[in-house]
Design a protein around this ligand. Structure first.
Ligand SMILES: Cc1ncc(COP(=O)(O)O)c(C=O)c1O
Length: 457
């Protein structure tokens, strides 16, 4: 069978049997899904040999580039030794080694590591632990009141029911609203569309006033506050103003409820620090990690917490304080071995030091996009740069959704060798940490051309 008929047959089978995530399958009446056959470094290659920059790091997971030899070596070594074993009352070397390394990297009070296998679940675990903690420390009668989690408009914590309940992304989740539990939503610190009509010069972080109010009125009904520190990703790549996380954390700590940091997207260098919490110096009660943890190769997630929270579950079995949560692939040894290898790469290749010039180049380069009429706002942090497109710069009026600008940008990006997956009208680059200067130059150039062409068509 010649190669092209092989791929045509596979694409036909894809249409017949597959259902892709976050994808309107009818779009494939017009075009095939992008058929990726191989990857190396920051590049993905399709079945016709075309090369694309992985401009969104394969849904924000890749860090050191694809098929990194040290990652391949770790998978190969581990797969011939121990492929999988359940993690309930069983342990293994990669699981222990990874926990030790994570504890040494995170703030010192986060000394306990609970494994799961995706970002949504890492957040659910934190919420379940938080709620059960109150139950076991305050007694059942009072803890029934701790049924509220506070979260942010435009916050995104995943697609499982608990994660959706605290996500402020109704355009993804509103169909499921009858099933979602109560969560109190505070405004997003979305400076470009400030809910208080303020601007960065006069900002007094007024958007935290509703948090102050509910903490004041209902502190003993609240389990915790969940937030993506520094950068709200799926909600539109919204970068928090200076001082926001510090102020939020101080209010939460004063009220004596749990602070949950969802660093599923921001963890492992993406914002320029190992964890985004380092920009503020704030230590949460829970830290949720996934995505970059395994360099985007194996499903793995982590919920880290404190000894105090851990000890609230530690008792004779018959007291009923066990944390009954686990997944088949919890702490999979292959995934843990890969995560250990990925953290070693950070050390051996001095990644956080090496990316400093790349970050400066990206953050300076992004400002040129202000030259494009349709670009209303330019924002960024670390290896992330985002451009919010608007129909009218003065009024900040968005483009009509019928125009489906994001989809057009995606298609034009493919023509230019970029994989862009805009969030509505927010076009963003969320780049791997392995890029060279020339790569960033090219990525910025091509993205500029794509936005300019599509927005003026
Ligand atoms: C901040 C954040 N939390 C949680 C999730 C959910 O992770 P997963 O898709 O692995 O369930 C995501 C995914 O994009 C995310 O960005």
């Amino acid at each position: 069978m010649c190669t092209s008929s092989k791929y045509n047959n596979l694409l036909r089978a894809d249409r017949q049997h597959l259902w892709h995530p976050y994808t309107q399958m009818k779009d494939f009446e017009q075009r095939d899904p992008l058929f990726i056959v191989s990857a190396k470094g920051p590049f993905l290659y399709d079945h016709e040999g075309r090369c694309y920059y992985d401009s969104i790091s394969s849904w924000w997971s890749n860090l050191h580039g694809h098929c990194h030899p040290k990652i391949i070596e770790a998978i190969t070594r581990q797969s011939s030794k121990l492929d999988h074993v359940h993690f309930a009352a069983t342990t293994h070397e990669p699981g222990i080694e990874l926990a030790q390394q994570l504890v040494s990297l995170a703030p010192s009070s986060l000394s306990r590591v609970f494994y799961s296998d995706n970002g949504s679940t890492a957040c659910e675990v934190a919420m379940k632990m938080s709620f059960q903690y109150w139950l076991q420390t305050e007694g059942e009668r009072d803890a029934k009141k701790r049924h509220i989690f506070i979260s942010l408009d435009r916050g995104y914590h995943g697609d499982t029911f608990g994660a959706m309940s605290v996500s402020g992304t109704s355009w993804y989740h509103s169909s499921f609203s009858p099933f979602l539990f109560e969560s109190f939503r505070i405004p997003s610190p979305y400076c470009y569309r400030c809910p208080y009509n303020s601007n960065i010069e006069r900002c007094g972080i007024e958007c935290l006033m509703p948090l102050g109010k509910i903490l004041n009125e209902k502190a003993d009904e609240i389990s915790g506050v969940i937030v993506e520190p520094m950068l709200q990703g799926a909600g539109g790549m919204i970068v928090h103003p200076r001082g926001y996380i510090e102020k939020l954390a101080s209010m939460v700590k004063t009220a004596g409820v749990h602070l949950i940091f969802d660093e599923v997207a921001t963890g492992f260098g993406r914002t320029g620090k190992m964890f985004a919490l380092e920009h503020s110096g704030v230590t949460p009660d829970f830290l949720c990690l996934s995505k970059g943890l395994t360099n985007g190769t194996m499903p793995l997630a982590v919920t880290m917490t404190t000894e105090d929270i851990y000890m609230a579950f530690y008792d004779d079995f018959h007291k009923g304080k066990t944390f009954f949560h686990g997944h088949t692939y919890t702490g999979n040894p292959l995934a843990c071995a890969v995560a250990v290898a990925s953290l070693k790469i950070f050390e051996e290749e001095a990644v956080l030091e090496r990316i400093k010039p790349a970050i400066a180049q990206l953050q300076q380069g992004k400002d040129n996009f202000n030259e494009i009429d349709a670009v209303g706002d330019v924002r960024g942090i670390g290896m992330v740069a985002a451009f919010e497109l608007v129909q009218n710069r003065g009024s900040r009026e968005p483009f009509s959704s019928e125009k489906r600008l994001g989809w057009q940008i995606y298609l034009e990006g493919l023509e230019k060798g970029l994989i862009l997956r805009p969030l509505g009208d927010v076009i963003y680059l969320l780049l791997p940490l392995c890029l060279e200067k020339t790569d960033i130059e090219r990525l910025l150039e091509k993205t500029f051309e794509v936005i300019q062409k599509v927005s003026t068509a």
